[in-house]
Design a protein around this ligand. Sequence first.
Ligand SMILES: N[C@@H](CCC(=O)N[C@@H](CS)C(=O)NCC(=O)O)C(=O)O
Length: 282
Amino acid sequence: MSATVLKIFSYLPNPRVWKSLIAAKLLEVDVVVTGDKPANLGDWLWDAQPRLLTDGEKTPDNPAAREGRRGFKGALYKTEEFLQAHPFGTVPAGFSSDGQVGIFESNSILRSVVRAAPEKIGLPKLYGRECYEASRIDSFLDANLVFAREAQVYLLGIESLSSEAYQRMVGAYEFYLDGIEAALAYAAADANCDRQDSENTRSTFLVGGMLSIADISFVCDFAQFLREGHYEKSLQAQGHKLISKDGLQLYPMAYTHMLNLSARPEFAEIMGSYLNWFRAKQ
Ligand SMILES: N[C@@H](CCC(=O)N[C@@H](CS)C(=O)NCC(=O)O)C(=O)O
């Protein structure tokens, strides 16, 4: 491992942090994560050097006290320095090793892991062989973010959804999964063309026939969306069905890609049992 190149503060476990940890594992980059259960992040000082607050510090007159704005209810304690580094005030919050530079948005934190990786012969850098491929990877990361934002709104409100909110997520899901499925189908066709001899076992990935941060981001964001499965009864009571119902049949390449990748050791070590319930249902 190299010296610490990135620090991340977040609630844990958090699939958005896993993106960076999976890449860090693959690229031997040292990333230090600090955090706590989501419900406990109000007990922490959000800062480049985060720490648990004393009871005496958790008061409304603490200058760092702010209302949670997205996903958190109640008080959070974000320092001025934190907000300067992280103007949107969100976690995961990445920091350069000296704490001076804030890196926000989990896909950008993921990119920074790759950029920090030591050059190694034969080790794929996960970010494209040349600039067009890297840009195509960026395209998938942007598409993931759009989907993940819709999924975030949906999951935060899942116990009381208007039909507009539900339909909006249905549309976002279909749009995103149609695209991922198509990309994987084209990639598989390309791989088959290349497969002149039976020994060629080129795998299907989103970009360039090799694992990249586009695949890593997809797996983590999509696995998180599947949490809707934990709310099936609540959705039914609201007159909605699981959006991901029959996903493996409707989008076989996308779902299989996620399941296969998440079973690889570098993914499984980070993701743990997160998808076990989903696998058991298939
Ligand atoms: N698109 C962002 C999402 C980050 C985000 O929205 N984080 C929320 C928690 S899920 C947050 O930090 N909210 C802070 C608040 O409520 O003030 C990413 O991928 O990093």
